[in-house]
Design a protein around this ligand. Structure first.
Ligand code: MOS
Length: 756
């Protein structure tokens, strides 16, 4: 039992998402207290995207749109076998084809999943590249494989990795005495919840373009992380970081599948070096289904004890999770964290299989774990005949680790409960699960969300004022579709008395100042405070310069509408454009460096939320219709209400899709994917998406950063499956403990209930 190590991981991941990169910025001084709520004009208002018109009219350049002179098309040949020895590879046919400029072997020895890259070509056009792939002869000797979780755990299962068994401990944790806790309980329940593998399907498939100029490499990459992909790519090619540049201007979604360096990026760079031409690789939808990652499955065995008054006395969780060739997701954090409980143990156990490696998927682990534990909470509440919301309020805590740890810096979950319950009309629910009648049953359910998302200390932004008074803000972050450009403009405009559209925003380039991955709900709480810091410094400088010119003390001056003026004396006004006229200003007065400072120790930094859902279940067809979703979130201060609402609508939509439809299906006998396309892999369509009502508590966290803001990327994805599940339970009186909640699963649960 390695409790100490677990807490360290949790503290890191509660602040910064990626345990693997280990970026924590411990040496950065803590942030000064957050500014109190004030009369902001732009921050917190609804600002349309400054690049919205470009995006919807198709003129925004996505990686796939970029064409370079002399550019070749790269294609990758993939293994059809789940596991095989590569006996021989004959590239000669491809090499002799006219129009082929580079051929590369990518695998030797053996392959470990169907979809693994084996060889690649670069050609003058797509058809030639495809024909070349057909001319590559690979002789395989198939080997025993395993692609199903249950099978992979059997003693006689083929071993995925030579050096370790398929079943591996991943994370465990313990506090208190669970046996003593169960003895105090009036009711003890044991339940198992399951979640399927979800495949990553961003609208824009993975793509990269590589171009060499001498020993310098520029890559246009569909990535969530220009800085860390620059570093990882340079390392992979054994070259200095300083000779690699990564650009990402517009992006059609990543959701975690584009957080780290992708294989096709390295292949494009190698093909470009061999051929002497720029090379573009766009993965097909099938490639995307096979090899860009997925959300690991889980089988969550839980045991919980409660007293009749609603006190939770003990909780245990054993989670078996499979991420294929990579470890699965720990889904234990919400379980051990959200509700007051002194006695708790968790065990995450990873199960390896011969399937494509998992990658982080919007709120890794928390999404699956919340479906499990928060469904289980409704079963515990029903067992003592208590309202599920009252049960959650009864077990509320202001300290982390179920009330046994340090205080949360801020927690607006109670407000989410109040606002959400009112907006959905919580009193309309069935008092007992399933007490309605008729063929179509209605029900209401809710669930709770926790996430980290404090942002990354050390994030930088540079603000430049040009001699004509125009303003540019530069940060090496990326806009992965969430509206980062707009929030940067909003924050800069606020401090400088400008309109967001006046600000030129530069991002998505690894040459710009450091910003972290756009994942883990890190972007806004990392970037916005850095921009604010730079903009406040710039505002002070403008006042200082104007004070000399106007002969008014700087403290009396105000910035608005592109001017510095004394509100008490209309004569004393000067436009930014005039401030710098006729002089060569030293650089230190025109470039302002902003930094996102550190997190004061001693507090847990988390976001909170609660979703409330109304559903209708057809007890003859087993079909679930989600009628309404109220999504109440506390993520500190809201920077741009419009894009924040979009973020919530997107997360809820994606969650409905996973809850009702999404599931990777692999044929256990041949080891390959049955549904590698969007016809057979079902996702929600607009007809499945109901009215979604986002609500924000909009409070300021006093310590987290100068703006008091937390991340919102993951939170709206986290509680939706559990809230839908609980609404279905409320409607039909029997819980569905597995997602996706397909009609057959609903009917079989319903029929078992009817049989009694
Ligand atoms: Mo994500 S899984 O925060 O890109």
């Amino acid at each position: 039992m390695d409790t100490k190590r677990h807490i360290d991981d949790w503290e890191i991941s509660s602040r910064l998402f990626d345990e693997e990169t280990g970026e924590i910025g411990a040496d950065i001084p803590p942030a000064p207290p957050a500014e109190e709520p004030q009369d902001f004009k732009h921050i917190g208002a609804r600002t349309p995207r400054i690049d919205g018109r470009k995006i919807v009219t198709g003129s925004a350049p996505y990686t796939q749109d970029i064409k370079l002179r002399g550019m070749l098309i790269g294609k990758i040949l993939r293994s059809p076998h789940a596991k095989a020895e590569i006996v021989s590879v004959d590239l000669s046919g491809a090499k002799s084809l006219k129009g082929i400029k580079a051929v590369l072997q990518l695998a030797e020895g053996k392959v470990d999943f169907a979809g693994q890259q084996v060889a690649a070509v670069a050609a003058v056009d797509e058809n030639t590249a495809e024909e070349a792939l057909r001319l590559i002869r690979v002789e395989y000797k198939p080997l025993p494989f395993v692609v199903q979780e249950g099978r992979a755990m059997a003693d006689d299962a083929p071993q995925v990795y030579d050096d370790r068994p398929n079943v591996q401990p991943y994370r465990d944790y313990k506090r208190g005495d669970v046996e003593a806790g169960f003895k105090q309980a009036d009711v003890v329940l044991e339940r198992t919840y399951k979640t399927s593998v979800e495949i990553h399907h961003p609208a824009e498939t993975h793509s990269s373009i590589a171009k060499w100029e001498g020993d310098r490499l520029t890559v246009w990459d569909s990535t969530q992380a220009v800085h860390s992909v620059r570093n990882a790519l340079a390392s992979a090619l054994q070259m200095p970081f300083s000779r690699v540049k990564v650009i990402k201007q517009y992006m059609g979604g990543g959701f975690g599948s584009k957080l780290a360096l992708s294989n096709q990026t390295v292949v494009a760079a190698k093909l470009a070096r061999i051929s002497g031409h720029p090379v573009k690789i766009i993965l097909s939808r099938k490639d995307n289904s096979l090899c860009v990652g997925n959300r690991p499955s889980t089988v969550q065995k839980m045991k919980g004890g409660v007293k009749k008054d609603g006190t939770i006395t003990a909780l245990t969780l054993v989670n078996h999770t499979s991420g294929g060739l990579r470890r699965g997701d720990s889904c234990s954090i919400p379980f051990m964290e959200v509700y007051r409980c002194e006695n708790c143990t968790v065990d995450d156990i990873t199960v390896y299989m011969n399937t494509g490696a998992s990658r982080p998927t919007r709120a890794p682990g928390h999404t699956q774990g919340t479906f499990g534990y928060d469904g289980f909470m409704d079963e515990l509440a029903a067992a003592i005949d208590m309202d599920p919301l009252e049960f959650r309020r009864k077990n509320y805590t202001e300290n982390n680790l179920g009330g046994t740890g340090i205080p949360y810096s801020s927690k607006g979950l109670n407000q989410c409960y109040d606002l959400g319950a009112e907006a959905i009309g919580w009193e309309r629910r069935n008092r007992r699960p399933g007490e309605g009648s008729g063929k179509i049953r209605r029900g209401l359910g809710m669930a709770t969300q926790i996430w980290g998302g404090a942002g990354v200390p050390g994030t930088l932004a540079d603000l430049m004022i040009y001699p004509d008074g125009s303003v540019e803000i530069k940060c090496g972050t990326q806009d992965i579709g969430c509206g980062t450009r707009t929030h940067m403009a909003v924050v800069a405009a606020e401090a400088l008395g400008l309109d967001p559209r006046d600000i030129t925003v530069k991002l998505g380039d690894s040459d710009y100042p450091y910003a972290p991955i756009s994942g883990g709900s890190l972007t806004t709480p990392s970037v916005a405070p850095a921009v604010r810091d730079a903009a406040l410094k710039a505002a002070e400088a403008l006042k200082r310069i104007a004070a000399q010119k106007l002969e008014v003390p700087a403290e009396s001056l105000v910035l608005a509408d592109g001017k510095v003026f004394d509100p008490d004396n209309q004569e004393k006004t000067i436009a930014y454009s005039e401030l710098f006229q006729g002089q060569e200003r030293p650089r230190r007065e025109t470039v302002f460096h902003g930094e996102r400072k550190g997190l004061p120790p001693g507090y847990a930094y988390n976001s909170f939320g609660a979703h409330f859902v109304e559903v209708e279940v057809d007890t003859e067809t087993g079909r679930i219709r989600v009628l309404k979703v109220v999504a109440a979130h506390e993520v500190g201060r809201i920077i741009n209400r419009q894009t924040a609402e979009s973020q919530v609508v997107g997360g809820v939509t994606q969650g409905i899709s996973a809850t009702l439809f999404e599931q990777r299906i692999i044929d256990g006998t041949i080891g390959s994917l049955v549904n590698p396309n969007l016809r057979d892999y079902k996702i929600a369509t607009s007809l499945d998406v109901p009215e979604i009502i986002p609500i924000f508590v909009d409070m300021v966290d006093p310590r987290i950063n100068i703006l008091g803001t937390k991340g919102l990327g993951e939170p709206p994805r986290i509680p939706i499956s559990a809230a839908i599940g609980n609404a279905v339970y409320n409607a039909i009186g029997v819980p569905i403990r597995e997602i996706p909640m397909t009609p057959d699963r609903v009917l079989s649960a319903w029929n078992q209930k009817e049989v009694g």
